[in-house]
Design a binder for this molecule. Structure first.
Ligand code: UDP
Length: 233
């Protein structure tokens, strides 16, 4: 059983039944799933790909820094809506942001995050690291290190990492455990960007990749049950 975990949710997971944007029903479903694991302290690093990704917006005059700022603002939209839905479902939550937007959400500080956790609240962190040229995956690893999380649980569409693409290869085998070195070297492993994996490798931060949309999976991952793929040193 992990005591403190970082749950990485991508923006796509919040769009639920829609092609983009925020699906409150999906957010409510996630709240119910997190409630099954009440004893752990939970930090959520939220993505923004359901609204905007920097790399896709850049060009035709839009600069990379501008595009990434838009991407980070997208994560703030997700975080404040997610916090509202969690609170409405009886799951106490607060949104903090690393990209300052004072009127919308409190700025992330280490002490503020710890104080919310001590009060039993889920801390939802937006704005990635608050700087361009990064992703919320890298931000997730950095934050998990900063807050001394026992593990990063990365929720995905698939039930773990395979030795080849399971949608193209019927013989693809699921890997139950993987070292960071293997994850970095395998071209088929695209579960996280290399910067994120490199940071996790350097600091031996355990990472579990698991399928979100299975009832009980978040609680199982937090309980340390062997689901998905565990990456460690
Ligand atoms: N982003 C950034 N710095 C960060 C985190 C995110 O510039 O520290 C930007 C980047 O443009 C990224 C976008 O915010 O594409 C949304 O984050 P991400 O793509 O990681 O979201 P996800 O794919 O998890 O939904």
């Amino acid at each position: 059983m992990y005591k403190r975990i970082l749950l990485k949710l991508s923006g796509e997971q919040l769009q639920g039944q829609f092609d983009g944007g925020f699906d409150a029903d999906r957010a409510a479903w996630i709240a119910d799933e997190i409630k099954k694991a009440t004893s752990a302290e939970i930090i959520v690093m939220i993505g923004g790909g359901n609204y905007a990704r920097g790399a896709q917006l850049v060009g035709k005059g839009v600069q990379r820094v501008t595009a990434d700022n838009i991407g980070m603002m997208a994560t703030i939209m997700n975080a404040v809506a997610l916090a509202d839905v969690f609170n409405s479902k009886g799951l106490a939550a607060r949104a903090l942001t690393n990209l300052t937007l004072d009127q919308v959400a409190d700025q992330f500080t280490h002490r503020r995050a710890l104080s919310h956790l001590a009060k039993g609240r889920v801390v939802i962190v937006a704005g990635g690291i608050g700087r361009p040229y990064l992703t919320t995956d890298t931000a997730a690893v950095s934050l998990a290190l900063e807050l001394e999380c026992d593990a990063i649980l990365k929720a995905t569409k698939v039930d773990g990492i395979y030795d080849s693409d399971p949608t193209k290869n019927a013989d693809a085998k699921k890997l139950v455990t993987l070292t960071y070195q293997q994850a970095l070297e395998q071209p088929d492993v695209k579960i996280m960007d290399k910067a994120a994996l490199g940071l996790a490798l350097e600091h031996t931060q355990p990472l579990v990749v698991f399928e979100l949309l299975q009832l009980g999976n978040i609680a199982k991952a937090i309980a340390g049950e062997k689901i998905g793929t565990t990456i460690s040193s």
